[in-house]
Design a protein around this ligand. Structure first.
Ligand code: 0RQ
Length: 502
């Protein structure tokens, strides 16, 4: 049935994924939908991967450049990477096969602030966009597009691409219609004006994408679920981290530095941030809001409990159970959730204006509070900076959380110097591990070092950090941020050589 495709001219373009993929050629730049495993195209990329494999088997070159919102699913990044079909990727990846290719040097990857992707494409800095492949949940009688479970950069892909392939996914809930807020008021310098959003629940745009139907070369119908990874139940470490953070927020409220319902929450993805959201279920805050990237399980729970009044995001990132619950009850959430383009959900102007509380994970932090979110041992990318930079620099409170060790205790997450910097010390106000919380606001580097080592480091690594710092105080070229240049990265080198920082 074409019930979801109510515009006759686009009904006439329905075809198989294979026929649609045949419209994609070697060397093309493609903007695809998808953000943290939701709303990505499920069938055209798989058909494209098969086409690429066949071309390679015949000895013909076939690779494409892929832009998305953020991470996608195995049917997109996984399938295309397995076919060795991606020559260039941005702005975020968490697929293991693609990660291997990026780290082996086979795939070029540009790790970008998520808010900057749409403007940079629009400005023309990344060349021409040949094709958009975008999942939607329906097409209206007027030929407008009802977005799916993520918005990401879709508005920009649909506007900028020469040609468009749509996937209409019947699995997505009808009740998504009305949940989106697509703002068409952004402009390029020198014509930019303030974005008229002053509260997280403001609606400043329209619920549907507009599209020039003449550009749509194919419409493919699918019925496939989003990626939806299960969450582990918070372990003792995640619960301890959440406990320290919640105690800190309570303290800030008591001191009058945060309102009783906190400020709009931004929360990264992962088990630790989910543990914080679970912890908020039992905390005394009501009428909270979220201005964030993704709606994860914990946020649905908080909405259900009436603790969270509303959430603004650009995508869902739900476990299979939560996705089912959402699909069943989507109507109930419609006035409590707003999905926006990622240039708006992550906009520095809005994050600063609203005064978000940013809570993100990290790979390692150093004793002065510089944070590495992306590169293991300084060179192996894990995922990417994602939205953490958009939020951390502009937040009212910028909090980073991590277990104090990684890889079974062989790696300390607190090191003399980070081997790669994503967030400079000025953008890092609070660091939390299972051992404690370091409030770094207003502290000079030497004061920061004391607090971070005392509160956050694992007991096994504390003596080593204290020893390094004491010798740095003696032997450093300058005493503002004492550093032993020939030793600062030696912990990483030891890990690379011996498999342990100890
Ligand atoms: O790898 O599974 O192979 O062992 O990194 O680490 O502890 O499971 O933590 O899932 O919260 O991820 C920073 C990667 C943390 C994430 C990062 C290894 C560790 C494991 C994952 P294995 P955990 P998390 C909004 C915000 C950037 C984007 C962002 C991230 C794997 O939070 O990608 O913030 N952040 N976006 O073993 C070596 C260390 C390590 C380490 C962790 N010090 N050395 N390996 N790992 N620390 C959302 C979006 O933007 C979409």
């Amino acid at each position: 049935t074409h019930a979801r495709i109510a515009f006759p001219a686009l009904q006439a373009r329905t075809m198989s994924a294979e026929d649609a993929a045949a419209l994609i050629h070697d060397g093309m730049t493609i903007g695809m939908s998808g953000f943290t495993g939701s709303g990505y195209p499920k069938s055209v990329p798989v058909a494209l991967a098969a086409r690429i494999e066949a071309a390679h088997a015949a000895g013909d070159p076939f690779r494409v450049k892929v832009f998305t919102g953020a991470s996608t699913g195995p049917e997109l990044d996984g399938a295309l990477a397995k076919a060795n079909g991606i020559e260039f990727r941005l702005p975020y990846n968490s697929d293991p096969i693609a990660r291997e290719q990026i780290n082996s040097g086979e795939m070029n990857y540009v790790d970008m602030h998520l808010s900057q992707v749409a403007p940079v494409v629009w400005e023309g800095f990344l060349g021409k966009l040949d094709m958009a492949v975008v999942e939607v949940s329906g097409i209206t009688p007027d030929g407008d597009l009802i977005p799916s479970t993520s918005i990401g950069n879709n508005k920009t892909w649909l506007d900028q691409a020469e040609k468009v392939i749509l996937e209409v996914n019947h699995w997505q809930s009808h009740a998504l219609d009305g949940m989106h807020d697509i703002y068409y008021g952004t402009a390029l310098p020198p014509n930019r004006v303030p974005i008229p959003l002053v509260r997280p629940d403001d609606r400043i745009g329209q619920t549907h994408f507009r599209i020039d139907p003449a550009k749509v070369v194919a419409v493919v119908e699918t019925e496939a679920p989003d990626r939806n990874l299960p969450f582990a139940k918070p372990d003792a470490v995640a619960e301890a981290i959440a406990g320290h953070l919640l105690e800190f927020l309570g303290h800030e409220v008591a001191r009058g530095r945060l309102p009783e319902n906190l400020l709009p929450l931004q929360s990264g993805v992962g088990n630790v941030t989910n543990a914080v959201l679970s912890g908020l279920m039992d905390a005394p805050y009501h009428g909270m809001t979220a201005f964030t990237e993704v709606v994860q399980d914990g946020m649905l729970d908080l909405l259900d409990a009436g603790k969270l009044r509303m959430a603004s995001a650009t995508a869902f990132s739900l476990s299979p159970e939560a996705a089912e619950r959402f699909n069943r009850d989507a109507l109930r959430y419609r006035d409590k959730l707003v999905l926006r383009p990622q240039e708006i959900s992550n906009h520095p102007e809005l994050v600063r204006r609203l005064g978000c509380i940013a809570m993100n994970g990290l790979i390692e932090a150093d004793i002065y509070g510089n944070v590495n979110s992306t590169h293991v041992m300084g060179s192996r990318i894990q995922n990417g900076i994602g939205g953490s930079g958009d939020f951390a620099r502009n937040a009212y409170l910028s909090i980073f959380m991590t277990p104090s060790t990684a890889k079974g205790g062989k790696i300390s997450a607190i090191v003399p110097q980070v081997a790669h910097v994503d967030h400079i010390s000025q953008d890092v106000q609070v660091i939390v591990t299972e051992h404690g919380l370091a409030d770094l606001r207003g502290l000079a580097p030497r004061q920061r070092a004391g607090v971070i080592i005392d509160r956050c480091a694992h007991p096994d690594f504390k003596p080593m950090l204290r020893d390094y710092y004491a010798r740095a105080l003696q032997g450093s070229f300058g005493k503002h941020a004492p550093t032993l240049l020939n030793e600062a990265l030696s912990w990483h080198q030891r890990y690379v050589e011996t498999g342990s920082m100890r």
